[in-house]
Design a protein around this ligand. Sequence first.
Ligand code: AMP
Length: 220
Amino acid sequence: MKAIILLGAPGAGKGTIAEGIKAATDYVHVSTGDMLRAAVKAGRPVGLEAKAFMEKGELVPDNVIIKIVTERLEEGKSDAHYMFDGFPRTTEQAYMLDDVLKSHGGRVEQVFLLDVPREILVDRLSGRRVCKNCGAVYHIRNIPSKVAGVCDLCKGPLYQRSDDTEETVLNRLEVFKKQTQSLINYYEKKKALIRIDAGKKKETTQAEIVSMLKVPARSP
Ligand code: AMP
């Protein structure tokens, strides 16, 4: 069981880039944000526990995150290659990930730090719209749907995530800044950190990361 991590501020494009990497490779995409949103939507106990933190843009406590990730990894194949997006967000979570991977003879191989200027982050988040049915992601100016408010793929309604409002966005960026430096130091010491300029087009960033992966892209 091996893993790569996409590390970056909210709005850095982790989810979008992960989708591109998933389409081109055999990495299994695990997003703790998506898992938590699904738990909230389904009214599961972990969702109820997480909801208030998510709405304020605060981190959900480590014990909740560690539980859902451990369960997810235990369901999967032990020789899978995982791509984490939005996880780990604290050093406690990073230690836990190392332990689980190690118990399956694996490790974190590469950590891609997606670097994006703050003005671009705020613009991407406040303009982001998501399909309520299929989760496809749009942006009111950069990636508009063909019909305003309607998903191109499934015709579902588009909505703004409750934590993408300006006030919550600013808090999420602060939380990211506070928590991330120690993670950066941690992975830098392990010589796993790779800095990526992710302020460009998503296709460019995706291709750059895919070209660096240890597990090669699938042949077309
Ligand atoms: P994301 O979709 O990754 O931006 O996550 C949305 C929200 O879910 C975050 O603002 C946190 O409240 C929560 N969350 C997601 N992943 C984590 C994590 N690894 N640790 C703590 N909270 C998380």
